[in-house]
Design a protein around this ligand. Structure first.
Ligand SMILES: Nc1ncnc2c1ncn2[C@@H]1O[C@H](COP(=O)(O)OP(=O)(O)OP(=O)(O)O)[C@@H](O)[C@H]1O
Ligand SMILES: [Ca+2]
Ligand SMILES: [Ca+2]
Length: 600
């Protein structure tokens, strides 16, 4: 068996314990002898225990679970005045109480190792990391950011209040100007830690995104960025209420549905805002939501845009980043977009409702396997007593097929959360669907039109809200001009970055809007899909179905002659029109893996 690439020497451990608590210390997966990626490696229990013993920060080396305290119990990451919760403190001594649950309760999440190495540099063993970590000679790196150089003159630093893999955060006070005497938080990122071009770019982007998005009610307010020879300083509003993770642990890891809803509405509201601005967060987890004050009903703020990126509506990202417990399957498959954030919210929701993680294993590769292959447990306590709406909600966020997942806006409109007290924001998904509708063939549009006539009230609530947000013209129609206007109204500085393409002018009334803005993939994940499809097919029979040849159907579906043998089953022999199966295929689109066919 090869060496652990994450194994650390005692000196490194000490260095880590005093400066940064990194995952490379607290969770170690053995490198695969065959040079496989961490995705495929397995096992590691023995090495894991050994590495635990090497880690001075741990409160107990007996616990079978990764420590909730990468910082050690003495160096609590909790804000002043908040003591460690009993759940956190007692974990090491009473591990058995957690066996009753399908998975152990949450602990601070670990960044995906490959991503961490790539960003912060390091010495991976040959072949263990899927990508070149991009380490460059130090002197070649340009570490000047163009930020103000007068941090010391403007701010007075206070105590350390938090720590992550990339930086530590201190309380501070403004010395002059608008921020004079105002309590602040300053995230300090050491330039010495920026050993790769990627890590420098990450900091630049973190500041840029934070600055651009600052202003939303549930997003930490950005004030200033400074630098000196040693550090970058990100000055922001001080959130004194601690992390969401600590509140979850303080409650023994379970929220009532009402309390969970109050949390989720805030998360979804800020995440829909980010997505509309073309920003994907990529590291949503309970550690990255802070409460403004200690009160039960304090507002929550999203922090830490260190892994965030700009993304265009049709773009896919391929960089494996995030934290293992919260990472979406398609991120591990290296082709993802905004929906990856929604998965993470699904994981958070699951944790809020039952106190356990939906995907858990002792090693990173084990967690990945679970994310890719296993279905979360909805059978054990407390799930039988959780409302069907809440369960449906979680399942529609944790769908492994990202096309079937709800968007954050749809989640806000889901029956479990729907409530007049929070507005439903504009959904960028509509823009994508409209665009693809306008590019679709008349036959496919007729199929969608029939589908839209079979929609249930639940779907219509969302569509009506979206239509209203486009502020229909006096004749009740909208065009893409309305879309442009609506987007412009919601735009921040960040939006320009997403380089929204503009579509041609085309008038649309509500009826057609529904046909254009309905997502077949999402509907397929709905419980009543078969009924909806049958009802839709009846509408299609009335005013859309027609005689179609195999060749024409192949063209419609964008597939080649090798698919003809399948296609004949989708056309009725009696009248040469589509049957129900064929109708569903037209709605869904098909992919044949054959060299003779064009990939869809
Ligand atoms: N505005 C703030 N007010 C109060 N505490 C904060 C604030 N920003 C950050 N913190 C604290 O500092 C910690 C680290 O900050 P942050 O998450 O931005 O760092 P990081 O190094 O990027 O973390 P990670 O390891 O998750 O990538 C947070 O978890 C939180 O406890
Ligand atoms: Ca963080
Ligand atoms: Ca971060």
């Amino acid at each position: 068996m090869g060496q652990c690439y994450g194994k650390v020497s005692q000196t490194q451990v000490n260095e880590t314990a005093t400066s940064h608590a990194t995952t490379t210390v607290t969770e170690v997966v053995p490198a695969d002898p065959g040079g496989q990626t961490p995705l495929q490696s397995s096992n590691g229990a023995v090495n894991y225990v050994q590495s635990v013993k090497n880690t001075p920060a741990r409160s107990s080396s007996q616990s079978p679970w990764p420590s909730p305290y990468p910082y050690g119990v003495t160096a609590s990451p909790l804000p002043r005045g908040v003591s460690p919760s009993p759940a956190r403190a007692s974990r090491g001594s009473t591990p058995r109480r957690f066996f009753r649950r399908p998975f152990p309760p949450p602990s601070p999440a670990k960044h995906i190792k490959a991503s961490l190495l790539k960003r912060l540099g390091g010495k991976p063993k040959e072949g263990t990391i899927p990508e070149d970590p991009g380490t460059e000679p130090e002197q070649a790196l340009d570490k000047s950011f163009g930020y103000g150089k007068n941090f010391g003159a403007k701010y007075e630093l206070g105590k350390e209040i938090g720590r992550g893999h990339f930086g530590h955060t201190c309380s501070a006070r403004g010395k002059k100007g608008d921020l004079k005497d105002q309590p602040l938080a300053v995230k300090i990122i050491s330039k010495a830690k920026m050993t790769t071009a990627i890590s420098i770019e990450d900091v630049r982007r973190e500041v840029k995104i934070l600055k651009a998005l600052s202003g939303h009610k549930h997003l930490v307010k950005f004030y200033d960025a400074c630098e000196d020879a040693n550090n970058v300083y990100i000055v922001m509003e001080l959130c004194e209420g601690g992390e969401l993770l600590d509140r979850i642990l303080a409650r023994g890891g379970r929220y009532t549905e009402e309390d969970a809803k109050a949390i989720l509405v805030q998360i979804l509201s800020v995440v829909s805002f980010c997505h509309l601005q073309g920003v994907v967060h990529r590291d949503l987890k309970p550690e990255n939501f802070l409460f403004t004050s200690g009160g039960e009903n304090a507002d929550m703020k999203l922090i830490d845009f260190g892994l965030s990126d700009f993304i265009r509506p049709d773009e896919r990202l391929n960089d494996i980043v995030g934290s293992a417990y919260y990472v979406a399957p398609e991120v591990l498959h290296r082709s993802y977009s905004m929906e990856a954030d929604i998965w993470s919210i699904g994981v958070i929701t699951y944790i809020l409702l039952c106190g356990s993680r939906p995907f858990w294993a002792r090693t990173e590769s084990g967690i990945f396997r679970s994310v890719l292959r296993s279905d979360p447990n909805f059978d054990d306590m407390p799930w039988p007593s959780v409302s069907p709406e809440a369960k449906d909600f979680v399942k529609r966020l944790l769908n492994k097929d990202y096309r079937k997942r709800m968007t954050s806006v749809q989640a806000l409109a889901h029956p479990w959360l729907r409530d007049d007290s929070h507005p439903i924001p504009l959904d960028i998904l509509i823009y994508r669907l409209l665009k693809s509708y306008l590019h679709a063939s008349p036959f496919k549009r007729a199929a969608l039109k029939a589908l839209s006539k079979a929609l249930t009230e639940d779907e219509l609530v969302y569509l009506r809200a979206q239509f209203r947000l486009l502020e229909p013209n006096r004749d009740g129609s909208v065009s893409l001009e309305n879309f442009k206007m609506a987007l412009a109204q919601n735009a921040t500085e960040a939006m320009g970055e997403s380089r929204m393409g503009l579509l041609a002018y085309r008038k649309m009334y509500f009826e057609e809007f529904c046909a254009a803005a309905v997502s077949t993939h999402q509907l397929e994940a709905v419980e009543g899909w078969e009924q909806i499809a049958s009802a839709a097919f009846e509408h299609f029979e009335q005013e859309g179905n027609r005689v179609i040849s195999i060749e024409e159907l192949a063209r419609e579906l964008n597939v080649g002659p090798s698919a003809y043998s399948f296609l004949k089953d989708w056309i009725r022999i009696s009248d040469g029109k589509l049957n129900l199966l064929g109708y569903k295929k037209i709605l869904h689109g098909v992919t044949f893996r054959s060299s003779n066919t064009r990939h869809h």
